[in-house]
Design a protein around this ligand. Structure first.
Ligand code: UT7
Length: 380
């Protein structure tokens, strides 16, 4: 991909409500100790009444647009990756389009399980590179609590709700989204799935009684698959981009389980400091996990201009994929002043004005005192 689609904005949103491991042990036969040692998760955020995938996606998108200093009308394309849309239709992307007022944008949802954000970023970067669009919002958002079986200890301890978003924009500078690799293996569809509610098994009293509207997962199989594809997709995307593992600054894997993250780091021979992890605080938020982690990594200063970042995901489908990003600005700003530079100049001038005022005030006080003393002396 000879693309120059750059990440110019990022944002994340998680609900206020926090569910700690201890509270789960009141629901099912589990313990804080088991959850922490087997998954690395301490707590997760759950949507409150009225919060939905679209409303969380909206919050993350709004933040990303603020960072990018763009107005909603400048967005041409919105992709929402989710396995938990507000409705089967209309798409969650259309709901977000309306909420933010992106009056010029095309909008659609994308279903690729936990790899959804990687698929979305790759699709959006290609659509931008084709010249058809200039600016895209790519969002990963999930309300997994709505499809979690709160009586199944093997899954309910894992998942959380939230949303992450990036704004990508075309620019003449080299860098941005350098390469992507995407994969699928539908033969593994029943390793991780939501059996009912679609056209094959429409909702009925029987599907409800059999708890077929919840996540069903063969955890160990997903675990093995995950470690394998994180390794392969990371190496492949770096090779496509023309780089080696030694050039990498930060790997951002899908946040499913700390043991998966550590096993993948070992298999890639990467020190853990180079592999971003926040699964401890959010659990597995599926398609939202990578954009949440990416936004957090930028906010924490873990990603700087010039860095080479790989985001890698795996999930239901089965699907997997990775995107290599050179963290650069889309445009050079040597001649015209950027907005940020203008703001800095504005604050410098304000500081200068206030110092000048203080100085003048000081001089005035000295002058008054001297004048007064002079008058006194003259009277004496
Ligand atoms: O986004 C992609 C989606 N999912 C994933 O990435 C998940 C990938 N898989 C995993 O993270 C892990 O396989 C799990 C965390 C789901 C499970 O960990 P594990 O080490 O693979 O455990 P296991 O399934 O082999 O189960 C070990 C034991 C079993 O008991 P027995 O049969 O040995 O007596 C389970 O019944 O742990 C039991 N167990 C639990 N015990 C306490 C399963 N869940 C729990 C629990 N609390 N919550």
């Amino acid at each position: 991909m000879s693309s120059h689609a750059h990440v110019v904005g990022w944002g994340k949103y998680v609900p206020q409500r926090v569910l700690k491991n201890g509270e789960l042990s009141e629901l099912v036969d589990t313990s804080d100790e088991w959850i922490r040692t087997r998954t690395g998760i301490r707590e997760r955020h759950l949507a409150e009444d009225g919060e939905t995938t679209a409303s969380m996606a909206f919050q993350a998108a709004r933040q990303a647009l603020e960072v990018a200093q763009l107005s909603p009308a400048q967005v041409d394309l919105i992709i929402v990756a989710t396995a938990t849309p507000d409705h089967l239709f209309p798409s969650t992307a259309c709901l977000v389009q309306d909420m933010i007022g992106a009056t010029r944008a095309a909008a659609f949802d994308l279903s690729a399980g936990c790899t959804g954000f990687i698929y979305g970023l790759s699709v959006a970067a290609n659509m931008l590179s084709s010249g058809a669009y200039q600016t895209a919002l790519v969002i990963g958002a999930e309300t997994l609590s709505s499809i979690t079986d709160w009586t199944d200890r093997s899954t309910c301890v894992l998942f959380g709700d939230g949303a992450g978003a990036v704004v990508i924009q075309m620019g003449e500078n080299k860098g941005g989204v350098l390469a992507a690799t995407l994969g699928s293996d539908g033969s593994g569809g029943d390793i991780l799935w939501l059996p009912a509610g679609g056209s094959r098994m429409p909702t009925s009293q029987q599907t409800i009684d059999q708890r077929l509207h919840f996540i069903h997962m063969k955890g160990r199989e997903v675990f093995r698959f995950a470690v394998k594809v994180i390794h392969e997709a990371t190496c492949e995307v770096l090779q496509k981009a023309g780089y080696a593992l030694s050039d990498l600054t930060l790997l951002i894997p899908h946040q499913a389980n700390q043991r998966i993250i550590e096993a993948a780091a070992r298999s890639l021979n990467l020190p853990l400091e180079m592999v971003y992890s926040n699964v401890e605080w959010y659990g597995n938020t599926s398609a939202a996990s990578i954009p949440i982690a990416l936004s957090e990594a930028v906010e924490k200063g873990r990603i700087q201009t010039g860095d080479l970042v790989v985001c890698v995901g795996f999930g239901a489908g089965l699907t997997w994929g990775a995107v290599a990003i050179r963290w650069t600005r889309p445009h050079s700003v040597p001649v015209s002043l950027s907005r940020r530079a203008l703001r800095r100049l504005h604050y410098s001038l304000a500081r200068f004005r206030s110092r000048l005022r203080r100085l003048l005030r000081g001089l005035f006080v000295i002058w008054i005192k001297n004048g007064w003393n002079g008058d006194q002396r003259r009277h004496e």
